[in-house]
Design a protein. Structure first.
Length: 358
C-alpha cells in the first residue's frame, strides 16, 4: 500500500518535491501529535544551537501551509505560523532539486528569534546540502550541533538553520502517530514516495527532460576529460599508461600513472548523482588509502570506497570550460601531493577495475 504514492508520482509528477510537501502539510494539519512532535524537535534544535535550556512545553497551535510566497522573494515549501502570524518554521523538502538563490539566506532573513529553517533531504545528499547551505549562510559547518541525522546551527538574529533526512523525520512522525492508524497510514504513503525517490530505480522520463539542453551539456562535460588528461601530462602531474578505458555503464575513463601508482581518471555521472556533485573522479589502488585521510575528513567528505579509494574531483558552478578543466587538474595535483614519492625501480601499483552495481 505504501508504494502507491511513489508509483503515481513516478508516473505523473514532474516535481515530486511538490507532492511530498503537500503530503507532509496534510499530515501536519490533520494531526496535533504530529505537529507537536515536529515542533518539539525544532525547539530542541534551537536550544542546542544557542546553548539555552531545552524547551519542555511546546505550543502545538501552529498552522502549516505550503508554497507561501512573500514580497521579499522565494517560496518556501512549507511554513508553520503561530496564532499571531509569526513564522516559526520554514521547511524545504528536497529530493534531487538544487538550492535556489533564496536558500538559505533570504529565508533565514524572514525568521524572527526562535524561528527555524529546516531542510529535509535524502540521506545520500545530507552531507553536501548541509555543507552548501552553511557555506552560503557564512557559517562554519563544524560549529553545528549534531544528533544522529539532525543538524542545527545558530544563524544570527536568533534564527536556526537545520537539516534532517526524510527517513529520520518520518520515523519521528510515525512514532508520534502510533495511536492514529489513519494518519500513520498517510505517513506510510509518504515514506513510500521518499524511498522511491531516494533509490536507484528508474523513473520515467518527462517530456521536458528529453527536450532540455541537458544532453548537450552531458556531452560537453564528457569531452572535458580529454583536455584534463592532456593538462595532467603537460604539467607532469601524471603520465598516460595504456589505452583509454572502454566506456562501460556510464563511465568514461583513462589509465594514468601518478607517483608510481596506476590510477583511473573517470567521467562518472552515477557517482555525481549518488555520492558527490561532480562528474569527475579518480580511482586509486588500495595502497593509496592511508595517504588520503585529509580527503575523508573534508567537509563534505570526498573519499569513497568501492574496491579501492574513489575520490571526488570538485568543480565550481557558474564558470567557463577552462575553469572547470583547471579545477579538475588542481584536484588531481593536490591528490598527487598526498601520495608518497615512488621508490627507485618500484613496480607500479595497479588500481582495480571498477565494480559498479547494475
Amino acid at each position: 500500500m505504501s508504494e502507491l504514492l511513489g508509483h503515481l508520482t513516478a508516473r505523473f509528477a514532474t516535481h515530486p518535491e511538490n507532492l511530498a510537501t503537500e503530503a507532509l502539510t496534510y499530515v501536519l494539519r490533520r494531526s496535533l501529535p504530529a505537529r507537536l512532535a515536529l515542533m518539539r524537535r525544532v525547539a530542541s534544535l534551537a536550544s542546542h544551537a544557542f546553548g539555552t535550556p531545552a524547551v519542555s512545553d511546546v505550543d502545538g497551535a501552529i498552522d502549516f501551509s505550503s508554497q507561501a510566497s512573500t514580497e521579499e522573494g522565494g517560496i518556501p515549501d512549507l511554513v508553520g505560523r503561530a496564532a499571531d502570524g509569526t513564522e516559526k518554521v520554514l521547511l524545504e523538502a528536497k529530493f534531487w532539486a538544487g538550492l535556489t538563490e533564496h536558500q538559505p539566506v533570504t529565508y533565514l532573513q524572514r525568521l524572527s528569534a526562535g524561528g527555524c529553517l529546516l531542510f529535509v533531504v535524502p540521506t545520500v545528499r545530507a552531507d553536501f546540502v548541509w555543507h552548501e547551505v552553511t557555506r552560503r549562510a557564512g557559517i562554519a559547518a563544524g560549529t553545528a550541533y549534531s544528533a544522529g541525522e539532525w543538524k542545527a546551527v545558530a544563524a544570527g538574529d536568533g534564527a536556526v538553520l537545520a537539516l534532517v533526512t526524510w527517513e529520520t523525520l518520518l520515523a519521528v512522525l510515525s512514532d508520534a502517530l502510533r495511536d492514529d492508524a489513519g494518519t500513520l497510514q498517510d505517513v506510510g504513503q509518504l515514506k513510500g514516495l521518499c524511498e522511491r525517490m531516494s533509490g536507484a530505480g528508474f523513473l520515467p522520463l518527462a517530456a521536458d527532460e528529453l527536450t532540455s539542453g541537458f544532453w548537450r551539456r552531458f556531452g560537453q562535460m564528457g569531452r572535458i576529460l580529454d583536455t584534463v588528461r592532456g593538462e595532467l601530462v603537460a604539467r607532469k602531474i601524471a603520465a598516460i599508461e595504456g589505452a583509454r578505458l572502454s566506456p562501460s555503464r556510464g563511465l568514461l575513463g583513462q589509465k594514468l600513472k601518478m607517483r608510481g601508482m596506476l590510477v583511473h581518471l573517470y567521467f562518472d555521472p552515477d557517482a555525481c548523482a549518488q555520492s558527490y556533485p561532480t562528474p569527475f573522479w579518480l580511482w586509486l589502488p588500495h595502497a593509496a588509502r592511508e595517504y588520503l585521510t585529509p580527503l575523508a575528513l573534508s567537509s563534505p567528505p570526498r573519499l569513497f570506497e568501492a574496491d579501492g579509494p574513489y575520490v571526488a574531483l570538485p568543480i565550481r558552478s557558474g564558470v567557463e570550460r577552462p575553469e572547470i578543466v583547471a579545477d579538475v587538474v588542481a584536484a588531481c595535483e593536490n591528490i598527487s601531493k598526498l601520495l608518497p614519492e615512488p621508490k627507485a625501480n618500484a613496480v607500479a601499483i595497479a588500481a582495480p577495475e571498477p565494480v559498479v552495481d547494475e
